[in-house]
Design a protein around this ligand. Structure first.
Ligand SMILES: Nc1ncnc2c1ncn2[C@@H]1O[C@H](COP(=O)(O)OP(=O)(O)OP(=O)(O)O)[C@@H](O)[C@H]1O
Ligand SMILES: [Mg+2]
Length: 377
């Protein structure tokens, strides 16, 4: 086990003509589980491959266990990488696949046998030790790939979307197995995923990356505990990325600044109150109001409402999603309701925005501090 530290790590594939990652600063504590998430192409795999040693670090420093390892080859870093594609040797049995790395490292036979046995028992692969990969399911193959990493007893596990080739049911099961595995082994882990549910459920710390914008000095958007990112997203990017369905955003201006409670005027004239500290800006400044589909209350006559027109309805049984139109929103906004009643297309519905659940962002997309966030830990 070891801590992983990145200091201003940056990557360019073409001699600094274009950058993929810039100034990534991170501390992953010993035994911690960190997840990298972000849209396709933002550099998650590149970052993981730099930690592994498969990709050169263009600038910045990488420390594993307190030692600078920028120039160390992968096999000396003490990391175990698990890929999405499993990358098993087809002509070898499960046991041989798991033993292969240790054999190369010239470990003695009794050590190899003991480690393979232990990994097989942790991953429930004992009945399959003599099978070859082609005779196994995707989930079983991925377990072998993880087993191959476990036998090396790495200081750090690195996972690149290990579950994305599996079907939904198997993914849920494997997610729980990975969580159990981490509790048992307590090995520092870095996990790349597209799937925010995987990140939210597995990670102690989530690292949100965005595609690097021209002129930006970094594409690290926020690092935090899962619920911290959900309740206190630092900016519009994180607010829109964490949580499903996506947070709704309305354009408006500040009507009344406040340290605890602020009033926002939407472009269409409604005044919405939000428990957010906007003391740093003044009346008339542009703001974006954010509210999650599950945080609004549909069809009420109370205060703090906007009225929208129903565009579409998705009824899922236990809940429904109403898609609505409003002047201050580009496409549609989404409202989640816990019923499956029909709503007519084109009908107008009042939606209440509970003031303590509203988010506010400035014109650059930076979040203002919420003053009444529900309790979470
Ligand atoms: N060997 C390479 N040479 C040049 N550009 C590359 C190379 N590998 C990756 N890139 C570019 O770097 C960027 C980041 O790629 P990367 O694979 O790290 O993204 P990712 O976040 O893992 O995406 P995905 O979620 O689709 O796996 C992409 O724009 C990609 O085209
Ligand atoms: Mg990738």
């Amino acid at each position: 086990m070891a801590e992983v530290k990145l200091v201003n790590v940056s990557k360019s594939y073409d001699q600094a003509a274009t950058w993929v990652l810039k100034n990534i600063n991170l501390n992953i504590a010993e035994g911690e589980f960190a997840a990298f998430i972000g849209p396709s192409g933002c550099g998650k795999s590149t970052l993981l491959r730099m930690v592994c040693g498969l990709e050169e670090i263009t600038s910045g420093e990488l420390f594993i266990g307190g030692e600078k390892v920028n120039d160390w080859p992968p096999n000396e870093r003490g990391v175990g990488m698990v890929f999405q594609s499993y990358a098993l040797y087809p002509h070898m049995t499960v046991a041989e696949n798991m033993a292969f790395g240790l054999k190369l490292a010239k470990a003695d036979k009794s050590t190899i046998d003991a480690r393979v046995q232990e990994a097989a028992s942790i991953l429930q692969l004992e009945p399959l030790l003599e099978r070859r990969p082609k005779a196994m399911s995707g989930g079983q193959r991925q377990r072998v790939a993880i087993g191959r990493s476990i036998v090396q007893q790495p200081r750090v596990f690195l996972f690149d979307e290990p579950l994305s080739n599996l079907d939904v049911a198997l993914r849920v099961q494997m997610r729980q197995e990975l969580s159990r595995l981490h509790r048992k082994l307590q090995t520092t882990s870095v996990y790349v995923t597209h799937d925010q549910v995987e990140a939210m459920t597995l990670a102690d710390q989530i690292v949100v990356l965005s595609p690097l914008q021209k002129g930006a000095d970094s594409n690290l958007e926020q690092v935090g505990k899962p619920l911290e990112l959900y309740h206190r997203p630092a900016n519009l990017f994180v607010a829109g990325f964490i949580g499903s369905p996506k947070m709704n955003f309305f354009d408006g201006t500040l009507e009344e600044a406040g340290e605890e409670l602020s009033r926002v005027k939407l472009g269409s004239g409604e005044i919405i109150q939000a428990y957010v500290n906007t003391a740093s800006i003044k009346k008339g400044d542009a703001v974006v109001l954010g509210v999650r589909p599950q945080d609004v209350i549909a069809e009420t006559n109370s205060d703090n409402v906007v009225t929208g027109k129903v565009v579409a309805l998705e009824r899922l049984g236990a809940e429904s999603y109403i898609y609505m139109q409003h002047d201050c929103i580009r496409e549609h906004f989404t409202v989640r309701v816990e019923d499956c009643h029909q709503r007519d297309e084109g009908s107008a519905i009042n939606i209440e925005f509970p003031a303590e659940l509203c988010h506010l962002f400035n014109a650059q997309g930076v979040a203002f501090e919420r003053t009444r966030v529900p309790e979470f830990d």
